[in-house]
Design a protein around this ligand. Structure first.
Ligand SMILES: *Cc1c(COP(=O)(O)O)cnc(C)c1O
Length: 427
């Protein structure tokens, strides 16, 4: 494989870094087999849903204007509902991002006087303004929805006693974030989420359980909707868009909840009937079709990164040997300089904007400066190889994505190279 080392070297990856990577790979190949089996299962699940719903070329036609009788759009929603095993689904390019999808799901199902409970600690940064934890115009708090939070126990487990006490007569909706977001807590398995939902419903049977499924789709063979979630919510520029969806979000769940989401997204009375697809259907269908294998490649990259960095003394969440439940790999680098070097490497390995130089900056929705490395075909897509993180203790970068395993590998090697070049690591 001289050619391989040559091309890597021509791109700036030294033999020392390359060889360290190869040694790491020898240790993790059997885990890749498990990932491939899960991808195979999920590929079949998506295919079966597409066949059942008779996906055809007619589904790819563009619609404009109101989008009445948009067959491609309606059928895509049936495909999503079948894959997630839910009664209904709302899958729309009009949902601009994951935060928007979650906002629609929350504001559609919470009314003034209701209370929202997060039994898994603080939600993702952008959700804090949505809820009103950090005051913001148009937050749920402004509309009279109160919020309660139960933190995880120090070992990352659910605080069942605390949750029991927090659920009260006003508790209407429980929000459970599957992935760690910008926190170094564990990501939950679908099974754990099922146990938490069962516990909440044992205390209050009619409470709505919503799961923020961002970055979790297709990592396991089941989804939170298979274990009792009333709504699962996510972004199409993460896992289920397969890297091809240029925009969009989804909400899958009970007919009751999804109907309300549709009325909130468009207008009462209009609901799911309006919303032209603007020619995006081919990307949304094909991206969903590719998603299981794209997720598998990203997961391999995450495992590779953990196994590369952990032996060098950096804490990784999840740990190098741990089973994964999402595609995010946090690496605690301990300093701003190391975060910058790591991100430079990811950027330098990108197919788009590889010459750009990532620097920390302010971002709407985040309360500290954030550094982001991404050279993506879809701007801001974190299904593509990317790394980001808020500049604050413990100076962790959150690494994710990679449309192909080979690209993820190259990017991670490049991140290590930049750390070596900056004198932060000696191999
Ligand atoms: C990315 C993410 C969101 C928000 O999605 P955006 O598309 O960035 O708005 C919400 N929750 C979690 C856990 C996420 O990872």
């Amino acid at each position: 494989m001289n050619e391989l080392t040559e091309i890597y070297q021509s791109m700036g990856i030294s033999p020392a870094v390359y060889n360290y990577g190869e040694k790491t790979l020898e240790l993790i190949h059997d885990r890749f087999d498990t990932i491939d089996r899960i991808a195979e299962y999920n590929q079949a699940k998506v295919l079966r849903a597409m066949q059942k719903n008779r996906v055809s070329a007619a589904c790819f036609a563009a619609t404009t204007g109101y989008g009445y009788d948009d067959m491609g759009r309606d059928n895509l929603e049936k495909v999503y509902a079948d894959v997630f095993h839910t009664e209904a689904a709302l899958v729309r390019p009009q949902i601009t991002c994951g935060t928007h999808a979650l906002t629609v799901a929350l504001s559609a199902n919470l009314l003034p006087g209701d209370e929202l409970l997060s039994p898994v600690g603080a939600p993702y940064d952008t959700l804090q303004e949505v809820i009103g934890i950090r005051p913001s115009p148009c937050s749920l708090a402004e509309y009279g929805v109160s919020y309660r939070q139960v933190d995880l126990l120090p070992d990352g487990a659910f605080d069942y006693e605390g949750i029991r006490h927090a659920i009260n007569g006003k508790t209407k909706l429980v929000t459970i974030q599957r992935s760690k977001g910008y926190a170094t807590r564990p990501t939950f398995s679908v099974k754990q989420i099922g146990e938490l939902i069962a516990f909440c419903k044992s205390i209050k049977p009619d409470v709505i359980c919503m799961v923020d499924n961002c970055y979790g789709e297709f990592v396991e063979t089941i989804e939170p909707s298979d274990v009792g979630a009333d709504m699962v919510v996510g972004s199409l520029i993460k896992n289920p868009g397969g890297g091809l969806a240029p925009i969009g979000g989804y909400i899958c769940g009970t007919q009751f909840c999804v109907d309300r989401c549709a009325y909130r997204l468009s207008a009462p009375g209009l609901g799911q009937e309006v919303g032209a697809n603007l020619g995006l259907m081919p990307a949304l269908y094909q991206g969903f079709f590719l998603s299981p294998t794209v997720v598998a490649g990203a997961e391999k990259g995450a495992i590779f990164a953990a196994n590369l960095y952990e032996p060098l003394g950096y804490r990784c969440v999840p740990g190098a040997k741990e089973i994964r439940h999402d595609i995010i790999q946090a690496v605690e680098l301990g300093s701003e300089a190391a975060m910058i070097a790591f991100c430079k490497g990811i950027q330098a390995a990108a197919p788009v904007d590889s010459y750009a130089d990532p620097i920390p900056g302010d971002m709407p929705g985040y309360d500290s400066q954030v550094i982001m490395a991404a050279g993506a075909f879809v701007q801001g897509s974190t299904m593509e190889l990317s790394a980001d993180g808020p500049i604050r203790e413990p100076y962790a970068v959150y690494f994710q994505g990679g449309l192909t395993w080979a690209h993820a590998k190259l990017g991670i090697l490049m991140s290590l190279q930049k750390m070596v070049d900056a004198g932060l690591i000696q191999l």
